[in-house]
Design a protein around this ligand. Sequence first.
Ligand code: HEC
Ligand code: HEC
Length: 201
Amino acid sequence: MKRILILIQALLALCLAAYATAANVPATVTKVCANCHGADGNSESPMFPRLAGQEPDYLQRQLLAYRDQTRANPAAQNYMWGMAKLLTDDDIKQVANWFAAQAPVYDKQPGAGDDRGRMADAIFRQGLPDQGVPACATCHGDRAQGTSIAPRLAGQHAHYIESQLKVLATGERPAAVMMQPIAQKLNEEQVAALAAYLGKL
Ligand code: HEC
Ligand code: HEC
């Protein structure tokens, strides 16, 4: 599996290098990204985060963090370090703006109305004062649509949100100084409930 992954990555890197020499960035570059993130940034596979409608500054900072190898969880290393290495500052800016400008798709399923959904909704809107967890909406926006402070979470794959909340509790995303203490205070049940809830917003 790992070997196949490295092979795919090498092939994509070759395509990207060829594309990057062409004048038309980001259209040519986003074709490479589309292999995983979807043609319009709305990936189907839960393995790959959705980028459409994401905050442009956030996307730019993440690509820089992959390129300087500070965002360092295993999936970042396996998938994104090689990609980001091939992008110039200008490519990063243009590609970030392009994905940010794509319309996000929302999961069509109705919001979870069960106990688990209600628990997540309460954490999202009010936080967990007893555990010292602030309301997610304060930074991420009241519809989790993203703000200049924090990224969009609405409609993101639940699998990705769950994986990142676990990563954010470690030191593997050192730029996430605001999120680390929050992620550390959430238990597994709360993380799973929040991920399912946010994916459906
Ligand atoms: C081989 C699959 C693959 C390709 C090709 C790929 N990515 Fe990714 N990308 C991923 C995976 C997997 C992650 C999640 C990594 C992690 O956990 O940090 C990711 C994460 C990201 C993130 C962070 C999203 C967030 O919400 O924090 C950005 C931004 C991104 N990719 C942009 C790009 C761009 C731009 C390209 C094209 C130059 C690209 N990716 C090509 C697999 C891919
Ligand atoms: C004090 C502001 C703040 C609060 C409150 C907050 N966040 Fe965040 N969150 C951020 C910032 C800033 C980032 C981006 C970190 C970075 O740049 O790496 C982030 C990133 C994230 C990410 C990663 C998104 C991605 O695309 O990789 C998830 C998931 C997340 N937050 C979930 C939550 C949840 C769930 C809550 C509520 C329990 C919450 N956040 C509360 C500021 C906040």
